[in-house]
Ligand binder design. Structure first.
Ligand SMILES: *Cc1c(COP(=O)(O)O)cnc(C)c1O
Length: 429
């Protein structure tokens, strides 16, 4: 077929194509090791001379099929699964940066990633400068140092659902000869394909929409193959000079466009071991098959609910990029014209106690710290994630005491709205 397939088809068909008489569904290869006929066969694998499996910590066929499915959706050249989204972002950056290096990240990122960069990376000797994602190119340029090795951002930030100006950050990163990495968890490749905007590497917490059923924690890293490491070899010795821990292999020389993922697998996964289990990879593969259908529903329900919330006298404001007049709307139209996700924020006209009563009266929407799967869920930042902050500190952090984070699931949107309506009524009493 010469015609390019649409994402809904890629979700179902890519990564695994059964041969004659083989199982229709992707098999789970639940095995730690793989057997070989000769010592020489094994030697070639250890030398990375042959492609093949020898130990699941490094590679497993089920994991590779699922990684290939995500890679096809993103339009990359190679991908790998990790045990969590945290491990994906850790590996994605640590595959480039080492002690003594510096990187730049936008400040509006997932809290776990923020801690990883601000605290754990610092302990490892990697310094991270955070920039506002609305910073001008001059301001971002000013954050660069001679030892800056990459720039990181989230296409849609969790939980603020801010839209990254991808082209701006790519331009600045490439101007300094370093790659741009984005976390594409919230939009998924159904709504945004960052490589088409010049991004070099994409990461995912597959725990969210990709799995979609709330059954397993996982992550993925996909490489576009486009970044020219050799052109800036002095910045990237880990990729462009011999690796003494792997028989003196130089990844760029030996693997070309596959250098980055090969290094992350044969060096970082070998040594750090944050592998996804084949059973979990299988669940992820199932989730991916319905991804395009599910995220379309999450998003259309969220659009309907956000528009309706805006009309309610009990609601002070609604923040959702698809709403006309939302500060993120223009960028959403550019980068995510078909949709964003199912997550929004809104605030009620009332105090924290009223918000608490409203939440306690909800019957369908559950109180959870999670977002972005099939269950509608809600969280009150002032009383949960940010409860240590005073009202003044909340104001400084841009958080309304009556603000709620709302993740629209796959339930019928009319039932979700009816649930909100009855909880608002009950909370008044
Ligand atoms: C949840 C999340 C992560 C962390 O992923 P885990 O799978 O929970 O480790 C990273 N980035 C974003 C945008 C997330 O939403």
């Amino acid at each position: 077929m010469s015609r390019k397939l649409n994402q809904g088809t890629v979700c179902v068909q890519s990564g695994y194509v059964p041969g004659n008489g083989e199982p229709r569904q992707m098999p789970i290869i639940q095995s730690t090791t793989f057997k070989y006929d000769s010592s020489e066969d094994m030697t070639r694998l250890f030398d990375l001379e042959d492609n093949g499996y020898f130990y699941t910590r490094l590679q497993n066929p089920t994991n590779d099929m699922v990684a290939a499915r995500i890679c096809a959706l993103e339009g990359g050249v190679a991908g790998m699964l990790t045990s969590s989204g945290q491990a994906a972002n850790f590996f994605a950056c640590f595959n480039i940066c080492e002690a003594g290096d510096h990187m730049i990240s936008t400040a509006s990122i997932y809290g776990g990633t923020y801690n990883l960069f601000a605290s754990t990376f610092r302990k490892m000797g990697i310094e991270v400068t955070f920039v506002d994602q609305d910073a001008s190119e001059e301001e971002i340029n000013a954050a660069f140092r001679p030892n800056t090795k990459l720039v990181f951002g989230e296409v849609l930030s969790n939980p603020g659902v801010r839209v990254l100006d991808i082209e701006k950050f790519v331009r600045v990163a490439h101007g300094h000869g370093v790659p741009m990495i984005v976390d594409n968890t919230f939009p998924t490749p159904v709504f945004c394909r960052p490589f088409e905007w010049g991004v070099d590497i994409v990461t995912h917490s597959t725990t969210k929409y990709m799995d979609g059923q709330g059954v397993q924690v996982g992550g993925a890293i996909i490489d576009s193959g486009n970044f020219d490491w050799e052109a800036h070899a002095e910045k990237f010795p880990g990729l462009c000079t011999p690796d003494p821990s792997y028989h003196g292999i130089t990844y760029t020389e030996k693997f070309g466009k596959l250098a980055y993922i090969t290094k992350a697998t044969s060096q970082l996964m070998r040594d750090l071991g944050a592998i996804q289990s084949p059973q979990n990879a299988f669940y992820l593969g199932l989730g991916l098959q319905t991804l395009a259908v599910r995220v379309a529903r999450h998003n259309s329900s969220a659009r309907k609910i956000a528009g309706w919330l805006q009309t309610l006298p009990e609601v002070k404001w609604v923040s959702f990029p698809e709403l006309e007049g939302d500060p993120e709307h223009e960028r959403q139209q550019k980068y995510l014209p078909d949709g964003t996700c199912g997550v929004m924020a809104f605030a009620l006209n009332g105090d924290k106690a009223y918000v608490g009563r409203f939440m306690n009266h909800l019957k369908l929407a559950t109180i959870e710290t999670h977002v972005a799967d099939c269950y509608t869920c809600i969280l009150h930042p002032a009383m949960h994630t940010h409860r240590q902050l005073t009202d003044e500190q909340l104001a400084e952090a841009g958080i309304d005491p009556a603000q709620l984070r709302f993740s629209v699931g796959l339930e019928d949107p009319d039932d979700i709205m009816a649930d909100i309506r009855q909880a608002l009524d009950a909370a008044k009493l």
